[in-house]
Design a protein around this ligand. Structure first.
Ligand SMILES: *Cc1c(COP(=O)(O)O)cnc(C)c1O
Length: 444
């Protein structure tokens, strides 16, 4: 079981001194768990369609080259949304035909590069489409073959979820062309009829906090739009629909729900025409592939009480759990307690705060959380942190990026670690912070 593997890895991380006095915070990734999620995703869609499906992992969820490589080996491509993410994908060896470029703010240079490389692009808005109009003739006259697949992002405006900042399908969302806005539908159909090279529709309506039926409603709206465009064109101009990602993750227990299978079956029931073989599919899942497989470990440095509240001061806070610290109600994390030897800690539960090392009062991983009473040298684990946590370092207080390690548990119970990202040396922090420009502001 994943939770047994995790306990074994915590113990081994302490025994192998990955976690130590000098490295008091580390991130662990369960390689077998990631592989299993990738396989589950592929199987879920293969069970409902015979059409080609590109599962493009949303790089922003875990922008680490070895993670991208692992998922590529598992048959996934990538969804990128910045030059940095594209560079990571290329470093991982993911080929252009398995790469999709989204982003609401693509520069001309980015568009040109994508066209030259043969990377699929989803256009966000009318101005970007006009820009593409000017770039395409040049791309098409080169020795290169026809342009890569090009699509338009649509906001089905089916409504948001429980977390405002994560809701992409509200009426006023910044993403895509709002399908229900006055005149928008007609404009989109015309835009396709005028551009035979526009062959895809894209939507990403889901995210953490969005119910599955609302996500399915977004996909359905975009499918119906594709049908309308194809009827108007008198041919199958739209040949692929990119349904985005956004499968929510259960942060309350080890149970992996909702499953990809449940979502794929719901889509097949709600939008059967999308699965009858006429349309290719692209998906862009991120969080749901990685979240459950990551764990941040931190040593407890001190314990104290303040206003009668026990507080454990640890080394993991806002630098590795930014969303949880700044928006605790939306992003609660489970915390597991281990003793100094990395064994699960027991004892009566006492409500205590689990604090981070940063110098502001809100730097708390958990408030009044019932846990066995923590002591200095103990280890706390922030669970379900494989996506949008340790790989999204926030450099408050110049805290270094912790090392990140993949783990695999051998049949004999021993644990093998591989370094995904080494701990950041202090010299690098100094260098990134203008260390070689000491006098930049004092010399005329
Ligand atoms: C963030 C994002 C995703 C991935 O979302 P998850 O919630 O991590 O699955 C996919 N597509 C686009 C366009 C995104 O912005």
């Amino acid at each position: 079981m994943a939770s047994d593997r995790r306990d074994q890895a915590v113990r081994a991380a302490v025994e192998h001194a990955l976690l130590s006095e000098s490295e008091p915070v580390v991130a662990l990734l369960d390689t077998a768990g990631v592989r299993a999620s990738a396989a589950a995703l592929r199987a879920a869609f293969a069970a409902v369609t015979g059409a080609p499906v590109l599962h493009a992992f949303a790089v922003k969820a875990s922008p680490l080259v070895p993670v991208l490589r692992l998922l590529y080996e598992e048959g996934l491509g990538v969804e990128v949304a910045s030059p940095g993410e594209l560079a990571l994908a290329r470093a991982a060896g993911v080929p252009p035909h398995l790469t999709v470029l989204d982003s609401p703010a693509k520069t001309t240079a980015e568009l040109r590069e994508a066209l030259a490389l043969g990377i699929a692009v989803n256009v966000d808005n009318p101005q970007e489409l006009a820009r593409l109009d000017t770039l395409l003739p040049a791309a098409a006259t080169g020795p290169a073959a026809p342009p890569p697949p090009l699509g338009l992002r649509v906001n089905a405006q089916v409504g948001g979820g429980t977390i405002d900042a994560m809701s992409t399908a509200t009426d006023t969302s910044k993403f895509g062309v709002g399908l229900r806005d006055a005149g928008a539908r007609e404009w989109i159909v015309r835009a396709f009829l005028d551009r035979p090279w526009l062959t895809r529709l894209h939507t990403h309506s889901g995210s953490q906090g969005v119910p599955l039926d609302r996500m399915a409603a977004g996909v359905r709206a975009v499918y119906e739009l594709a049908e309308e465009i194809n009827a108007a064109a008198g041919r199958r101009q739209v040949d692929t629909i990119d349904i985005g990602g956004g499968l929510p993750v259960n942060f309350a227990s080890d149970e992996e729900v909702p499953t990809y299978g449940a979502y794929a079956r719901l889509l097949a029931a709600e939008v059967p025409g999308l699965f009858d073989g006429r349309y290719g599919l692209v998906t862009e899942f991120g969080r749901s592939l990685l979240a459950k497989h990551g764990t941040v470990l931190a040593r407890v440095e001190y314990t104290k009480t303040s206003g009668a509240r026990p507080i454990a001061v640890t080394h993991a806070g806002v630098q590795v759990a930014t969303r949880t610290v700044y928006a605790p109600a939306s992003w609660p994390l489970r915390i597991a307690a281990y003793d100094a030897g990395g064994r699960p800690k027991d004892g009566p539960a006492v409500e205590q705060d689990v604090a981070g090392p940063a110098c502001f009062a809100g730097d708390l991983l958990a408030v009044a959380r019932p846990l066995p009473r923590l002591a200095p040298g103990d280890v706390v684990a922030a669970l379900d942190t494989g996506a949008y946590y340790f790989a999204h370092h926030y450099a408050y207080n110049s805290l270094p990026r912790p090392g990140a390690y993949g783990y695999a548990v051998r049949p004999d119970g021993t644990v093998r670690f591989t370094t995904v990202r080494p701990p950041q040396p202090l010299a690098e922090i100094v260098a990134e912070s203008g260390g070689d420009r000491r006098d930049a502001l004092v010399r005329e």
